[in-house]
Design a protein around this ligand. Structure first.
Ligand code: FES
Ligand code: FES
Length: 178
C-alpha cells in the first residue's frame, strides 16, 4: 500500500504559488486553505480588492480570473497558481483613472467606496461581453453586488454612460478609417 500521507499537506504548511497580477509576474506563499482575496491583499499587497462578507454574497472582492469576473473570497489562493488575476489597480495602471472609473466619478456613483472595486471589476467584464446593455440588464448584473451607501441609480447611470461613450468612440474611429 502506498504512503498517501506523503502527498497530503499540513493545514499550516505554506506553499509557493506564482501568478500574473495586473500584467506582472508575482509570487508568494500561502496556506492550503487561504482565500485568494486574502492572498492578494496580504501577501501581494494589492489592497484595492475589498473583503466584505467572505461568502460570495456582497461582491466586494470581485476580481478577474483569466479575464472573467470572479469572487476572490470563493477561490483558494492555490487555485490561482499559474493564472492571470486582474484587480481594480489594473484599471488605472499609470495612476490615471480608466473611462469606467471616470464615469463613476462623473455620476457620483460611490460614497465610501467599499463596494466600488468589486462593482468596477464586474462592470469591466460585463461591458466586454455586452457592450450595449439596457438599463434592465445593467441592474440585473449589479444585483450581484451590495452597496450600502450610494444607491444603485448613479451606478447604473455611470455604466450606461461609459457604454454609450465607447460606442460613440468606436463609431468615430470607424468613420475615420473608412
Ligand atoms: S467578500 Fe467576497 S462576495 Fe463578499
Ligand atoms: S459606496 Fe459605500 S458601500 Fe458602496
Amino acid at each position: 500500500m502506498s504512503d498517501m500521507s506523503a502527498n497530503i499537506m499540513r493545514r499550516d504548511e505554506r506553499q509557493r504559488i506564482a501568478l500574473t497580477l495586473n500584467g506582472r509576474e508575482r509570487s508568494g506563499h500561502c496556506e492550503p486553505r487561504e482565500l485568494l482575496s486574502d492572498f492578494i491583499r496580504h501577501e501581494l499587497g494589492a489592497t484595492g480588492t475589498h473583503v466584505g462578507c467572505e461568502h460570495g454574497v456582497c461582491g466586494a472582492c470581485t476580481v478577474h480570473v483569466d479575464g472573467v469576473a470572479a469572487r476572490a473570497c470563493l477561490m483558494l489562493a492555490v487555485q490561482a497558481d499559474g493564472r492571470r488575476i486582474d484587480t481594480v489597480e489594473g484599471l488605472a495602471p499609470e495612476q490615471t483613472l480608466g473611462d469606467l472609473q471616470q464615469a463613476f466619478q462623473r455620476h457620483h456613483a460611490l460614497q465610501c467606496g467599499f463596494c466600488t472595486a468589486g462593482i468596477l471589476m464586474s462592470c469591466a467584464d460585463y461591458l466586454q461581453r455586452v457592450p450595449n446593455p439596457t438599463e434592465e440588464q445593467v441592474r440585473e448584473m449589479l444585483s450581484g453586488h451590495i452597496c450600502r451607501c450610494t444607491g444603485y441609480t448613479p451606478i447604473v447611470a455611470a455604466v450606461l454612460d461609459v457604454a454609450a461613450r465607447r460606442r460613440t468612440q468606436a463609431d468615430t474611429s470607424e468613420v475615420e478609417h473608412a
